[in-house]
Structures are given as structure tokens and as C-alpha cells.
Design a protein. Structure first.
Length: 256
């Protein structure tokens, strides 16, 4: 299947011509379940990234943008930082998100008001907003604020998440649900993908029994960290900082 950057598609106004030429349904549509076979470390990271949000996010094109934070600024030497937070966000249990929920994220955080926090670093760091987008800096409460909430979680083994209705991210999260299963052996993950039991696996090669025309290597054919079935639509540009589209496959991909 030909993959099309939907942002370019919207901007060009040429959707009809492109769809006629490719025979592809490029526009995202809601529905289906994304199934993934993952190694132990990646399983835990993928579950965390699906349930929780960061203050900032590195987009698929590598640019930095706000997630739970809407804006940020620092003093002249990048040691004292202020972050404005998104209003109207709730945790999965219905609790309102505010600055107090971020208090344990990093050292020396001061809550200035419910939607403003200040971080005072021991040493200047102009890259702090990028740091806060990385795995390990998710904002955690009793539950998360991510696009999917827990339906089932067997720690380290099996996870099912369902999409949160009326989430503040309206233009993402196309799957009705996501399911991650942990397999330690590369061979087992590859066989699960080859046999259609899952849609994506963190393997870099498939065995000789697989028809490679049915799969796509990601983030690209030259540097693969995982392989997905062509039953999943993946935008042309995917995040390359971490595997699985910067661990955000659940909100960025959709079913064909």
C-alpha cells in the first residue's frame, strides 16, 4: 500500500486525485484494534507511553511541541524554567490535572498556580524541554492522562487499552483499542507477525516463510527497528528518536 502524509494531503486539496491514483484510503479513520508483539523492555515503554503523557512531545518530523505543557520559557542562562500547563485535562479516573500532579517529575519543582510550574535546575540546561519529552518523564498520577486507559494489565506480559472518549487530542488515537503482548524471543515475535496474530513486532527481519510484500519495515527500509503488517497505515514521516514512532504508534497510526 502506498503511504501518504495526511498533513500534505489536507494542505494540497488534491485528496480526490491522490486517492484515485493510488487506490488507497489515506485519510485516517477510527476503529479496529492494534496488536503488537514486543520484547520485555519495549513492552513496558509502550504501555507507559500509551497510558501517560509528557509535558512536551517530539513530533514525527523531529520538532518539539507541547503536550501537557502549552508553553515554556527560561531565564537568560536556562537554569530557571516556567511551564504553562494545559487546562481542561483529566486523568482516567476523572481527577483534574493541574501543576500539583507534576511535582514529582523532576527535582526542584515549584507550583506557582494550578496551571503554572517553575523548575530550578542545579546547572543550566537549554535542552530541558527536549529532555522532558523522553521516556521516563511521563506525568503519572493514580491513573494516566493518555489517549488510552487500562482495560487489562498483566504486568510485563499483556496489556489491553481502550480509547478515552472526549480526550483533548481530537485528531489522534484512531484505534478503538490496543493490545500489547510480551515475548522474549525474537523468533516468537516474528512468527506471530508472520501468521497474522499481531500487526506489528519489534523484529528487524522475518523468516523465509513470510511474504515480504505483506509487511513494511520501520522507521525505514535501511534502518529498521520493527516491522508492521500493511493492514496498518503508517504516515510517511515517523518518529525516529525511539522505536514504534517514538512509542506513539497507538495515537499516530490507523487500520487500513
Amino acid at each position: 500500500m502506498t503511504r501518504i502524509d495526511r498533513r500534505a494531503l489536507f494542505a494540497s486539496g488534491a485528496a480526490a486525485a491522490l486517492l484515485a491514483a493510488t487506490g488507497a484510503s489515506a485519510l485516517p479513520r477510527r476503529g479496529g484494534r492494534l496488536r503488537a508483539a514486543l520484547s520485555p523492555d519495549l513492552f513496558d515503554q509502550a504501555v507507559t507511553a500509551t497510558l501517560f503523557d509528557n509535558l512536551t512531545e517530539i513530533a514525527a518530523d523531529g520538532t518539539l511541541r507541547g503536550e501537557l505543557a502549552t508553553d515554556w520559557s527560561s531565564d537568560a542562562d536556562a537554569r530557571v524554567w516556567r511551564f504553562g500547563l494545559r487546562d481542561g485535562v483529566t486523568f482516567h479516573d476523572g481527577t483534574a490535572f493541574d501543576a500539583s500532579a507534576v511535582s514529582g517529575l523532576i527535582r526542584n519543582i515549584e507550583v506557582l498556580d494550578p496551571l503554572t510550574l517553575q523548575i530550578t535546575l542545579d546547572a543550566p540546561n537549554p535542552s530541558l524541554p527536549y529532555l522532558l519529552a523522553q521516556p521516563g518523564f511521563e506525568v503519572r498520577g493514580a491513573t494516566g492522562t493518555g489517549m488510552y486507559e487500562v482495560q487489562k494489565l498483566d504486568e510485563g506480559r499483556h496489556f489491553i487499552g481502550t480509547r478515552v472518549r472526549n480526550h483533548w487530542k481530537q485528531n489522534a488515537g484512531w484505534f478503538d483499542s490496543v493490545e500489547f503482548v510480551q515475548f522474549s524471543a525474537d523468533k516468537v515475535r516474528g512468527e506471530a507477525l508472520r501468521d497474522g496474530l499481531v500487526d506489528v513486532a519489534d523484529v528487524v527481519v522475518l523468516d523465509d516463510y513470510a511474504d515480504l510484500r505483506d509487511f513494511q519495515t520501520l522507521p525505514n527500509a535501511h534502518v529498521a527497528t520493527h516491522i508492521a503488517s500493511r493492514s496498518v497505515t503508517v504516515p510517511v514521516t515517523v518518529g525516529k528518536s525511539w522505536p514504534l514512532d517514538n512509542l506513539r504508534m497507538a495515537e499516530r497510526w490507523w487500520m487500513t
